[in-house]
Design a protein around this ligand. Structure first.
Ligand SMILES: NC(=O)c1ccc[n+]([C@@H]2O[C@H](COP(=O)([O-])OP(=O)(O)OC[C@H]3O[C@@H](n4cnc5c(N)ncnc54)[C@H](O)[C@@H]3O)[C@@H](O)[C@H]2O)c1
Ligand SMILES: [Zn+2]
Length: 667
């Protein structure tokens, strides 16, 4: 008995910790199946011991409500659902209901019939409870702890199929589920700088985000399935309730099935199960509800679940396998990250041999060791993630934290939770992936520049700096292995072609940390020229829709670096010319004029200024003559400055230049 209570206490602590991670932080650290195993064990112990400790999670719904949201007390408690995972359990649930009704009938002398069941999808998203008053949407809330939820009205309003007003005038609360369609999820991840792990995290993170702009960009949908509270109206069945929802233009999923026995329910589940994977929304099972409301009232509730409904959960798409070893790899930014080598396991026809772990802290937190059995979750075709280790009671060797770079053996440095190889100048994987990124299709688009090519250039031609790509010569290339005259020529041609580049692609090619293609495009649209991006202030940056302080910080820090300025300058002097696609930015005071540059400008390189002037059809000339219209003067100018004064040519100093550029580029 003592032992049981001790185990219950430790399970309660552990489950509470997972509840917090799951419901409050939206970032579970173990799989649902693992969680359910802990939970079921606790339920079993409570049954065996006949004791329920006062703080047991089996007596409560949901998680902790965070302060940052306004609180909303639900007009009627939002419950969880009892669950079953096999048809056997489903049959006993049905038998229990029939027994309860038999007892009711014999005690009251009524002739209540065995119920019809309504089958619905079990949507796997985040519960939303909407409050309408006088036909107006006045609140939206999460389930929270069942009694009090978090007010997320501005966030919910971004969901396009939620009506802001309904015909029904009485006070009403309707319950449904917010979901991120898989198509939105894929679309989002295609361009996101920080991809979402799965659609469920996508919706929870979006609705519980203080910035409704974030919610809006995730393109969520919602489906409603319950009238939780209503004034001035009663329903006699679930079907009638669903009709009410539809009449009030609340989105109700097309799938609802009415069935008259548990065997019919099972047959129907078998049928829909096979079609589930083609749905655009996540479902993790089916919900079976007694249709008749009077019968529901007879059956009643436990403190956590209605007795008249149950969730049939599909087997989770989670698998276990053995972790053999960890590879540490160096990325473009020098970040050293772990990849696990696994005993191959088949997941829906795909053989999985490798999985990610985020960093060393993540390995510790998940208690993953060499030889552990680990849970992996397939997250929409990307390389699967390790969710945690199975506690098998065995001692396994720890995974060691690397101290030296696996590629160049430099001593590693820790920055926050990540470790980095500081040798950015000659650490091969860093350079190779930087070259590959630079040449990639969405960046400079140098056709035929593969990873293999980058490695060859690094190894055989000692190519260490990106600008050296533009100094490659036919004679160098042709003698490389796997290269012949044709291939050498083609590569040179595509290198030449890449010199005309759009601003967004050029920004992307620089590989600024946290700046993906999408952010690069936004920067290009906002600033319209490279100089603007390089000089951007924090205020200007965070003013852009999708840019927060982290990305803004990355951009500023990147351009703060003198060596970055030099390498950009080098690229431009190799003949890279940025195509400014905004047509009206071409008209400026330089249009049709001849300009001479002298001295050093603080804020931009010469080649860049030359590009800007040429983009507005101006000409840059090397010497001052009577034909010169302007002389732009920087720090320590040469004799051209004097000549300009002699000839009375208009001199533009840097401060004035900035003003001109700002106004001519339509700031
Ligand atoms: N991995 C973890 O750390 C962790 C932690 C806590 C919870 N969990 C997971 O969450 C589960 C428990 O969560 P829960 O209490 O939210 O229960 P649940 O998600 O299993 O089911 C109840 C909820 O289903 C929703 N639902 C979807 N479709 C519905 C429909 N058609 N009709 C009625 N309701 C519908 C409702 O919002 C309801 O509140 C656990 O079994 C576990 O899988 C995981
Ligand atoms: Zn290194």
């Amino acid at each position: 008995m003592e032992d049981k209570i001790l185990e219950m206490k430790s399970l309660i602590d552990e489950i509470e910790k997972h509840n917090y991670n799951y419901y409050t932080m939206d970032s579970p650290t173990i799989s649902d199946a693992q969680y359910d195993a802990l939970y079921d064990r606790l339920v079993m112990l409570e049954k065996e011991a006949g004791i329920v400790l006062p703080d047991s999670p089996t007596q409560r719904v949901g998680g902790i409500i965070v302060e940052k949201f306004e609180k909303h007390r639900h007009l009627s408690k939002l419950l969880s659902l009892d669950k079953c995972q096999s048809y056997e359990e489903l049959r006993s649930w049905d038998a229990r209901i029939r027994k309860l009704l038999d007892v009711y009938n014999s005690e009251t002398g009524s002739g209540l019939e065995y119920p019809d069941y309504i089958l619905e999808y079990k949507f796997d998203g985040l519960t939303i409870n909407l409050t309408y008053e006088d036909g107006k949407l006045v609140q939206a809330a999460t389930r929270g702890n069942g009694e009090v939820g978090e007010g997320i009205l501005p966030q919910a309003k971004t969901i396009r199929n939620i009506p802001l007003s309904i015909p029904y005038r009485g006070k009403v609360e309707v319950q449904g589920e917010g979901l991120m369609p898989l198509s939105s999820f894929e679309e989002y991840n295609r361009t996101a700088d920080e991809p979402l792990k799965n659609a469920r995290n996508g919706v929870a993170g979006a609705l519980r985000n203080l910035d409704p702009g974030v919610t809006s960009r995730r393109n969520l949908v919602a489906y409603f399935y319950n009238v939780n509270y209503i004034e001035g109206r009663e329903f006699s069945s679930q079907l009638e309730m669903l009709d009410f929802l539809r009449e009030n233009r609340l989105p109700v999923n097309d799938y609802t099935k009415s069935l008259s026995s548990v065997e019919d329910v099972i047959a129907e589940i078998e049928k829909v199960k096979s079609e589930m994977s083609s749905l655009d929304i996540l479902t993790d099972g089916m919900v079976i509800k007694v249709d008749d409301v009077f019968t529901r009232n007879v059956l009643g509730f436990t403190n956590k679940f209605p007795r008249w409904a149950v969730a049939y959960k599909f087997e989770a798409e989670e698998y276990t396998t053995t972790l053999h070893s960890i590879d540490w790899n160096v990325g473009r930014s020098g970040k050293v990250t772990p990849t696990a080598n696994l005993e191959p396991v088949d997941i829906n026809g795909i053989t999985v041999k490798r999985a990610t772990l985020n960093n060393w802290d993540d390995i510790q937190r998940k208690r993953v060791k060499i030889g552990s059995r680990v849970w992996i979750r397939r997250s929409n075709d990307v390389i699967p993630e390790i969710m945690g280790a199975v506690d098998d009671g065995l001692e396994h060797p720890e995974i060691e934290k690397p101290t030296h770079c696996p590629a160049c053996h430099s001593e590693l440095v820790q920055d926050g939770v990540h470790i980095f190889c500081p040798n950015s100048l000659s650490c091969k994987p860093q350079l190779v992936s930087r070259l590959v990124h630079f040449a990639s299709r969405d960046a400079m688009n140098i056709e035929g520049f593969s990873e293999k090519t980058a490695e060859q250039l690094f190894e055989s031609l000692n190519l260490k700096e990106i600008s050296q790509i533009y100094e490659l010569e036919y004679d160098d290339l042709v003698k490389l292995e796997r290269f012949g005259p044709k291939k050498a020529e083609n590569l040179l041609k595509s290198i030449e072609k890449s010199k005309q580049v759009e601003l967004a692609a050029f920004i992307y090619s620089l590989g600024i940390p946290n700046v993906g293609q999408k952010t690069a495009r936004e920067l290009a649209t906002k600033f319209e020229n490279l100089e603007g991006v390089m000089m951007a202030t924090e205020e200007e940056l965070v003013g852009i829709q999708d840019i927060g302080s982290i990305v803004a910080g990355s951009v500023m820090e990147f351009f703060h670096d003198e060596t970055i300025h030099e390498s950009i300058e080098k690229l431009l002097s190799e003949g890279i010319s940025i195509v400014y696609s905004r047509p009206d930015s071409e008209e400026s005071i330089f249009t049709g004029k001849t300009v001479v540059l002298t001295g050093t400008l603080e804020t931009m390189g010469r080649s860049e200024l030359k590009n800007i002037i040429e983009a507005s059809s101006g000409k840059v000339s090397g010497s001052v003559s009577k034909k010169t219209d302007f002389v732009i003067v920087g720090e320590s100018p040469g004799s051209k400055f004097e000549k300009a004064r002699e000839l009375g040519i208009r001199v533009i100093e840097e401060d004035e230049l900035k003003e001109i550029l700002k106004s001519s580029l339509g700031e």
